[in-house]
Design a protein around this ligand. Sequence first.
Ligand code: HEM
Length: 475
Amino acid sequence: DIYKLGAQLNSGVRTFPFIGHSYLFFGDNHARMNGFQTLGRDAISKENGLTSMWHGNHLFTMIADAEAAEFVLKTCLEKDDIMKLSTLFVGNGSIFAPVSIWRPRRKILVPCFGTRNLKTFMSIFVKQSAILVNRIGKMAGTGPLSAWKYYTAYTMDAIAESTLGYQMGAQNDTRHPFLKAVEDGLARNAERVCQPWLHSDLVYTNLPIYPKLVAYKDFMWDFLIKAKREEIKENDEIQKANEERTSSTFMESLITISGGDGGYTDVEIIEELMVIMVAGNDTSAVGSSFVSLMLSRYPDVQEKVYEELQEVFGDSDRAATFEDLPRLKYLDAVIRETLRLYPPVPVITRKIVEEVTLRIKIVPGSGIIVNIWALHRNPRYWGCDAEQFRPERFLDAPPTHPAAFMPFSHGPRNCVGYQYAMTSMKTVVSSLLRRYKLLPATAPNEKGTHRPIRLKFDLMMKDDDDFQIQIEARS
Ligand code: HEM
């Protein structure tokens, strides 16, 4: 049945015996993103928006169609077995867990991200944004810099403080070991996921990279356990002093909502904290970095954002509030348009447990890859200017299908941190733009076009050139 499905999907991209399409993922992280793009374009070219991806002998149906993606993401909740490989690095937290574990944990995660908590996190975003603006401002007029380096330290500090109440200080020391463990660990993990010959534990545990990855995981785990102990100590002291707390970290919310002492075990709490720290750090940093790259390349768009900021803040240097953010409608459209063309999570997976029909029968034993990168560029939903950066499209009309725009995925297993991420990105980008102009790292050619962005895939999609921009002070 699997081979029949493979034939029906009728890939336009060459396969080879034994390795299937895996040769597309040979080489570096840039080659891997290229592989997903090649297959994604093939899916777009098909009338049903589907194609095959043979990963060794495992068949995935790749989807670049919103209707098919919506159906699958609402009916198939189990992640493909390939994602289990990541548990070595991030443990058994909800993001990759089987449905039986994920469902009750999701019920506890959702209220942790409620508006009340978000509002209290706003003060963290504002404080950390001011540090970023101050740091990056020192580089004004000095030539190209990596926006990524600044944003990843900002998001790490913001997520550490909102998750644990811990002042990580990554913005003062960008080589913080936790940041290195997340970055390097994710990249090594992506190498394994993309190369089927590394899937076997027997092979992988004998490679020199294995102890390194385990060391990263152990370091992160120990760090979180230590943070938890400190927190509990702090809580005891607070109880003793009979003081009332004004804000709640993710850790406190997880402990309280799961039922206090009788709720989550230590291991369960650490697993969920690990998921929040890993899922919430790089993703938002990638989002803000792509937004900055786009603004540096589209000065007209940047001016419009600046005008909107002037309308809301005038010349005052007061900090942004939670209530200001809904007024930044054009900035919202710019972020959405950036996440459309450059979704930080470009592909997601599901496992077919029971047969589903997407015009053709998708059989158990196969997997699904929703190619968000391709779906977001499918002209059927985005028109013939799908490849163009045009934020106005989000102001003119809503997307033509509820699942045509899904950087945060879709359905019951979508991103629980969606509002947290949007709030954090809007705060930091608006804080920077109020003071500084973003310029491209290199001038465009005589036709006004910039060199194409080289993408890479390390489970997230990033700019291979480290998001280079320049900064200029606004007078
Ligand atoms: C631009 C920023 C972000 C993007 C593009 C993003 C994207 C995603 C995507 C695509 C998924 C779903 C994967 C799937 O369907 O298989 C996901 C899940 C998740 N995200 Fe995000 N995310 C972002 C920010 C955040 C932040 C800031 C947090 C936490 C503070 C977070 C926490 C999570 C969690 C916990 C899940 C797992 C949800 C579940 O399985 O029920 N994300 N994210």
